[in-house]
Structure formats: structure tokens, C-alpha cells
Design a protein around this ligand. Structure first.
Ligand code: TRP
Length: 331
């Protein structure tokens, strides 16, 4: 049987080009080789998103994005975390195997505490228990489905290590029931630069949005930061954010020509931005149509996600039963 690849997508913002190239496309590639379970981590988002309308929209936005980008729900089990009650029961069970000290050391919790201490606040100010327990819920997401590999970004490495530790403690106390997962961190996927040259990220507000109307896309592309060299001046292709982004979308021949034009002078940044906009616009066009279609038919998304949940529960339900029997809650 094919090994299981599982990953969670936190619906905390509108997906951007960096998500598509850095996470979605690579995950769809992985899905060709594994039995893939990809889910929307809506209850993880609740730790930070407390606006009803925003959360609702982002859940659908993420679902529509992945489908528009090529996720085939016949091949990938695609579901919402909140539709799998087993995960939350397992989360409690695992919390009884998780030393509090482990969570004290979680990077994101520690960062919040350090920040509070620096500002002479109470160490736990603004930290809710959802933040604190985040890694346990994530361990439950993973362990509930016998996951073998978990494709994630570098920032999730510690969470995966915690998941492995927790599974190990559980297995040691009873017997080897939980599958110990491996993180699948794709170092070969390069970082996608944002319009200011730093890594494209919602937290830097430098993202190029994905399936938005052409006009909005164009506006963003025109905001890509460059130096102030004039049209006739030679330019530096090695240290130009605009050129770096251009290279992600252009054909090899176009890249070479543009490279030469940079060295020779005569190509204006405005002109290149226009060319880049057209490339991205064409690149996203097909997906954008599908995205718009699903966002206008969210009942189809509900249907896809519910079907996914019922497939996923075929793994979760019997495994939870075994776990309950193993710990003595059930006969
Ligand atoms: N914490 C992950 C992130 O912020 C999202 C996530 C939740 C996840 N549960 C998961 C990822 C389980 C992989 C496996 O990106």
C-alpha cells in the first residue's frame, strides 16, 4: 500500500503566488506518489482569527485555491479538520502524554513570552491556551491518520519533532500503535521573493496575490521595488528583485534576453513590470476562472470537503477505537 502523506493548511490569509509555487505545487507533486490527505486546519486558525466573517471566507478561499491549482479530490483526500471529531478526542489523550515543559519550549510560544518580557508585561499576556496547545492538536492531526510523511515548511520542523516525541512516549507506555511520522521539508523549493525582496509572506505585507482580478494583480506587480536607474542605464540582474521574480515566470530564452538587456541598458523597469504582469496574468488565468467558479458555488466546496472527511474518518475511527481500548477507556 502507498505510504501516507498528510499536511494541514492554516486558513489565515488569502493565498499568494509564494504559497502556490512554494507549497501548493510541491504538495500536489508529492500527492502523485503517496496516498495524500490534505486538510484545512480551521481550528488551528481559531487561535488567531476571531472574526466570524473572515474565518469563513478564508476557509473557502483556501479550499477553492487548492482545487483551482489542480488538487483532484478524487485522488487527494481533502477535508476540514473540524469535520473529524476523532482528532479532538485524540488531542486530549495526547495532551496527557505531553510534558508541560515541552510546550514551554515551543518556538512560537517562547517568542510571545520573550516579547512580553522585553516590554515588561506579564509573560503570558495575550497568549491563549489554543496557542499554547497548538502543537498537541497538530500532533493529533498527524497521528490520527497513520501519516508516514508530512510535507511542511522549515518553520514547522519543531512541531514535527514534538509530534514524534509525543507518539514515542505513547508507544512506550503501551505498545507501538502510533506511526512515527517524518517531516518532508523541501529544501530544493526556493524561497519566493515578495515585492520588497524579502521572502514573500503575509506577515511582511509584500505578497503578490494569486487569484485576483487582473487589475488588482497589475497594481501589485507595479509596486515591485527596484532601484531608481533610468531606462538607458545598465542594471544589475544579480541584485534585482524584479528580475528574480521575472525569472520564476519567463521562458529560458526570454530570461537570457532580459539578462543581456539589463547589462546593456535600454530596458526600463516599468516595461519589464508590464511584461511580468502579462506573464503572471496568463499563468494564473485558468486557475482564476476555476477559483471564481468555486467561490460562487461554495456548496460544491462543502460537498467536496464532506466527502473527504468521510474518507478520512475511515482511517480515524478504527484507529481511535484501538487507542481507546489500549488506554483502558473502552473494552
Ligand atoms: N501548523 C501548520 C502551519 O502553520 C498547519 C498545520 C496544522 C499542519 N496541522 C498540521 C501541518 C498537520 C502539517 C500537519 O503551517
Amino acid at each position: 500500500m502507498a505510504k501516507i502523506a498528510l499536511t494541514g493548511i492554516k486558513p489565515t490569509g488569502n493565498p499568494h503566488i509564494g504559497n502556490l509555487l512554494g507549497a501548493i505545487k510541491p504538495a500536489l507533486k508529492i500527492a502523485e506518489k503517496y496516498h495524500a490527505l490534505y486538510f484545512i486546519a480551521d481550528y488551528h486558525a481559531l487561535t488567531s482569527v476571531k472574526d466570524k466573517q473572515a474565518l469563513h471566507q478564508q476557509i473557502y478561499g483556501v479550499a477553492a485555491t487548492w482545487i483551482a491549482a489542480g488538487l483532484d479530490p478524487e485522488k487527494v483526500v481533502f477535508y476540514r479538520q473540524s469535520d473529524i471529531p476523532e482528532v479532538f478526542e485524540l488531542s486530549w489523550i495526547l495532551s496527557c502524554f505531553t510534558p508541560k515543559g515541552l510546550l514551554n519550549r515551543a518556538h512560537s510560544y517562547k517568542a510571545a513570552v520573550d516579547n512580553n518580557l522585553q516590554n515588561q508585561n506579564d509573560p503570558d499576556m495575550g497568549v491563549n491556551m489554543g496557542h499554547y496547545n497548538y502543537p498537541i492538536l497538530m500532533a493529533a492531526d498527524i497521528l490520527m491518520f497513520n501519516s508516514n510523511v508530512v510535507p511542511v515548511g522549515q518553520d514547522q520542523r519543531q512541531h514535527l519533532e514534538m509530534t514524534r516525541d509525543i507518539a514515542h512516549w505513547f508507544n512506550q507506555n503501551y505498545k507501538k500503535i502510533l506511526v512515527i511520522p517524518e517531516a518532508l521539508i523541501q529544501d530544493n523549493v526556493k524561497t519566493i521573493p515578495g515585492i520588497d525582496g524579502r521572502k514573500m509572506s503575509k506577515s511582511y505585507h509584500n505578497e503578490i496575490p494569486l487569484y485576483v482580478p487582473s487589475k488588482q494583480l497589475k497594481k501589485k506587480v507595479m509596486q515591485i521595488v527596484t532601484d531608481s536607474k533610468e531606462v538607458h542605464e545598465p542594471k544589475d540582474p544579480e541584485n534585482c528583485n524584479l528580475f528574480s521574480i521575472y525569472k520564476l515566470f519567463a521562458e529560458e530564452k526570454e530570461i537570457q534576453t532580459t539578462h543581456q538587456q539589463y547589462l546593456d541598458g535600454g530596458l526600463g523597469y516599468g516595461q519589464l513590470k508590464q511584461a511580468l504582469f502579462e506573464l503572471i496574468d496568463t499563468f494564473v488565468n485558468e486557475g482564476r476562472e476555476r477559483y471564481d467558479y468555486y467561490m460562487n458555488h461554495t456548496e460544491l466546496l462543502d460537498q467536496i470537503l464532506l466527502e473527504g472527511a468521510s474518507k478520512a474518518r475511515k482511517i480515524a475511527t478504527p484507529l481511535l477505537k484501538t487507542i481507546r481500548q489500549t488506554i483502558g477507556i473502552e473494552k
